[in-house]
Design a protein around this ligand. Sequence first.
Ligand SMILES: CC(C)(COP(=O)(O)OP(=O)(O)OC[C@H]1O[C@@H](n2cnc3c(N)ncnc32)[C@H](O)[C@@H]1OP(=O)(O)O)[C@@H](O)C(=O)NCCC(=O)NCCS
Length: 219
Amino acid sequence: MNKNKKDVGLTIKQIRKERGISQEELSKKMGFKDHSGITKIETGQNDVNSETLMELAKYLEVNVGIFFTGKTSALPEFKIIQYKDCYRDDMIFMVLSAEDALKKIPSINPDLLDVKTNYIDKGDMFWVAIGENNRVVGCVGYETIKPLEARLHRLYVKSELKRQGIGTALLNVAIKHVREKGYNKISIHTGDEKYLESKLFYKAFDFVEVAHNIIEKNI
Ligand SMILES: CC(C)(COP(=O)(O)OP(=O)(O)OC[C@H]1O[C@@H](n2cnc3c(N)ncnc32)[C@H](O)[C@@H]1OP(=O)(O)O)[C@@H](O)C(=O)NCCC(=O)NCCS
């Protein structure tokens, strides 16, 4: 099967993830200045010459031909939709399980009991990621804290499905939405040391710490 550069990029991403290699690690090996070079290849934004493909194949320990013939179906299927009350209980279950996986004692966030009142009716927004069998596999919402600043809340991904792009997809949906509303800043309270992976996640998207446990990014 011949593939276009988007499919080739997706195959590269899939192989990299199967090998547990981060974009940063691969960028370093390739001599790129940061992870964005890999992002552009994986999303098909950049043309990749044969020399670069050979290098990538070397570091991913595959034959270069697999980039053009490999299947691209291993990433989880999910869609992101605006929150609906029918997903409330499963979303709360997913969040409590995610907290448990962080070795925190799970406790219900009161805002999640009534997303409509706490987010939607205020003009803000909340999304859920829906996976196989109509199960909730992720969520995120935002609150307007200053006229043009959104504060993200409750970005969670089902623990068994982490590192497969669901968090990125949720973040991108939220950023796109608030950018279209004309906001110019997005910020997050990152929580205590148990939330280390979220700090690493946001670092990968160039958020910067502006106060203790508060990070932000101009959008
Ligand atoms: C933070 C969280 C939402 C990230 O979701 P995710 O679906 O795993 O993230 P993605 O797969 O989209 O990761 C995107 C990039 O972020 C970085 N990243 C994510 N998790 C990371 C980790 N544990 N260690 C290092 N980098 C990480 C990587 O650069 C990753 O890209 P790569 O996998 O291609 O290398 C998820 O880990 C989670 O739900 N954690 C528990 C709850 C939580 O901490 N929520 C945030 C509260 S502020």
